[in-house]
Design a protein around this ligand. Structure first.
Ligand code: PRP
Length: 179
């Protein structure tokens, strides 16, 4: 039974779980036992991060940053405001930034430049989803779950108007929801 307003499931809970285990294995292998600092971008990345880190076999700490980009409901402007900064310095740390979705790339571009200026030992980006058609600025993505089409999607941490974050799957929305 699908949630109200949901059109079609793009990735089931099982498909997400399988891909996340693969990403976690790749990350665990690449860092070769180095301690990492996992940085989640609130709020959307919270569900993905929670599942991903439980499959990563590395010593780690976890921190969060919250950012909001000025713009309308569907398009960010590129002017990003940090609403909650990290609790700890990044200097000398192997930072792995976790995003749920890269759309225009404007939010992540700003965040990546900001965090890289704090002198980490290394900086990599992991996103669950990517909408490459929408990109406005280049982003070097190190780990990616899935490419998706340019459609409104919700679930697994991702909202529409702050709703639907609790769905265990990722789905498209019926047009009447956002029209
Ligand atoms: C989403 C997503 C990214 C950003 C991507 O966050 O989590 O941070 O938009 O868009 P961009 O590539 O066009 O900049 P959102 O602003 O919806 O906040 P949320 O994570 O709190 O839902």
């Amino acid at each position: 039974m699908l949630a109200d307003g949901v059109k079609e499931v793009l990735f089931t809970a099982e498909e997400l779980d399988a891909r996340i285990r693969e990403l976690a294995e790749e990350i665990s292998r690449d860092y070769e036992d180095s301690e990492i600092l996992v940085v989640g971008v609130l709020k959307g990345a919270n569900v993905f991060l929670s599942d991903l880190i439980r499959n990563i076999d590395l010593p780690m700490e976890v921190d969060f940053i919250a950012a909001s980009s000025y713009g309308n409901a569907t398009e960010s402007s590129g002017v990003v405001r940090i609403l909650k900064d990290l609790d700890y310095p990044l200097q000398g740390r192997h930072v792995l930034l976790i995003e749920d979705l890269i759309d225009t790339g404007l939010t992540l571009h700003y965040l990546a430049e900001n965090l890289k200026s704090r002198d980490p030992a290394s900086f990599r980006i992991c996103t669950l989803l990517d909408k490459p058609e929408r990109r406005k600025v280049d982003i070097d993505v190190d780990y990616k779950g899935f490419d998706i089409p340019d459609e409104f999607i919700v679930g697994y941490g991702i909202d529409y108007s702050q709703k639907y974050r609790n769905l265990p799957y990722i789905a498209t929305l019926k047009p009447e929801v956002y029209a």
